[in-house]
Ligand binder design. Structure first.
Ligand code: 23J
Ligand code: MN
Length: 261
């Protein structure tokens, strides 16, 4: 056993079930919740469409296949630096140009599920993160940090997932100082279980949408609509979050996975 490489040991542990693969993606289809921006501000991403080409019929007697209409930022997805104006000048800031090493790494899971259940506008602060580190250990350079809110339990209903009222969306997320602190630790990226990486109230922050603004300014990445974070330990899992290799893509749906001992 000792002469086995780490990767060979991992392979054996996957086969034995000692390492489990947890699915961190939600379902992609016409009912997948999608971001709604204020109507005066922007055009929204279209609903996902799945169009049948054939299913063992006159259009393809032995084969079934579909074609898709889908936005880059739909469902469980990856935000690349070029998505935001602050990250526009990074040559490697597109889905097809990011080094693949950056798609796989240790993940820190900050459990805010109780706070988010009590207050859908809950904001994770730098002090919360420092308290979490005191309990679970420091967040290291190159690591992912994801905010567990169990928001995926709402994903069956776009209305519940977006949680909009006349004042706008109500969903948890990070403060400006939280993202600044995580960047000071050298994280590779930040993930949320909500529709985007920012809180519902983030349009009113300074800068607006700080997760987008600050992460992408630092050539770091975002993950949105993550599922099943309740199945992960606070530390010790490995996250795999690889976007499709879309040419000059600003993001991509992902099948996010975690390896858990
Ligand atoms: C476009 C404009 C604003 C936002 C977003 C997209 C996202 O949240 C996203 O999916 O990246 S806030
Ligand atoms: Mn996005």
């Amino acid at each position: 056993m000792n002469d086995q490489s780490i990767v060979a040991k991992l392979g054996a542990a996957l086969l034995s079930g000692d390492v489990r693969v947890v699915d961190l993606s939600g379902a992609l289809g016409p009912d997948t919740p999608l971001l709604k921006l204020p109507p005066d501000l922007a055009v929204d991403t279209p609903k996902i469409e799945v169009h049948k080409i054939s299913e063992y019929d006159n259009d393809g007697p032995f084969w079934a296949w579909n074609w898709l209409k889908i936005g880059e930022h739909s469902g469980t997805h990856f935000d690349a630096p070029h998505h935001w104006i602050t990250g526009k000048d990074f040559e490697d800031g597109y889905t097809d140009k990011i080094a693949p090493q950056n798609f796989v790494g240790p993940v820190n899971v900050i459990d805010c599920s109780r706070e988010a259940a009590e207050d859908p506008d809950f904001l994770l602060t730098a002090d919360h993160v420092k308290a979490w580190e005191a309990e679970h250990g420091e967040i290291g350079e190159g690591e992912w940090v994801v905010m567990r809110t169990d928001w995926d339990k709402r994903a069956h209903s776009e209305a519940e997932f977006l949680n909009m009222d006349e004042n706008g969306p109500h969903s948890p997320g990070p403060t400006v100082e939280c993202i600044e602190y995580l960047l000071s630790k050298g994280i590779i990226g930040w993930g949320s279980q909500c529709i985007g990486t920012d809180a519902g109230s983030a349009g009113g922050m300074e800068p607006p949408f700080p997760a987008h603004n600050l992460l992408h300014k630092a050539n770091k990445y975002g993950l949105a609509s993550l599922a099943n974070l309740d199945q992960l330990p606070p530390k010790g899992a490995v996250l795999i979050a690889a976007p499709l290799k879309i040419v000059n893509g600003t993001g991509s749906p992902i099948r996010a996975l975690a390896l858990v001992q």
